[in-house]
Design a protein around this ligand. Sequence first.
Ligand code: E4P
Length: 217
Amino acid sequence: MKFFIDTANLDQIREANELGILDGVTTNPTLMAKEGVKGEAAIAQHYKTICEMVDGPISAEVLSTTFAEIVEEGKKLAAIHPNIVVKVPMIKDGIKAIKWFTDNGIQTNCTLVFSAGQAILAAKAGATFVSPFIGRIDDSSWDGVQLIEQIVSVYNAQGFMTEVLAASIRNPLHIVRCAEAGADVCTCPLSSILGLLKHPLTDIGLEQFLKDAKSMQ
Ligand code: E4P
């Protein structure tokens, strides 16, 4: 399973990248706004900086909702760097645009996916990635990981090539369960990635080893 970081914060991207386990980055308009990025030029520059930091797919989301506008905006985003993946919402015009991008060699990430039916449409349109939002599903008292399992099973049965990108990750257990469910990619906040490191027995064991190491000096 590939690890993407789900943020537009450059310090967090750098910290995750320095671990050596980062395969890509996802952003969305909320995450970009949080960083105070404003205006077309600044947005493009921010994506370029991220692309220069991480060698892997970098999802940049369109802000438009009509076919022609999504295509125009997506073409501009894709021109920023070869690693840009145009992130398109799961709406009717979004599906049309994803098909257009597929036919024109532009990678896409179909976002705001909450059902297997939506994931089938994204795959039929040729999306590179599909992003089911598992944390938001859990927030409504459904099981987000079950959706990952269902989409993985449908894609395997049908031979779809679209990669299942588990998004809206809230904690380290989500990452483990998505890996178990067969997700191709997990996009996570830095806190969830670092949370995977934690185990009290590791801390206790290391403390003892260091203490015993001192007695040998
Ligand atoms: C990533 O592609 C999504 O935009 C993101 O994971 C959404 O996460 P949230 O539900 O925590 O906002």
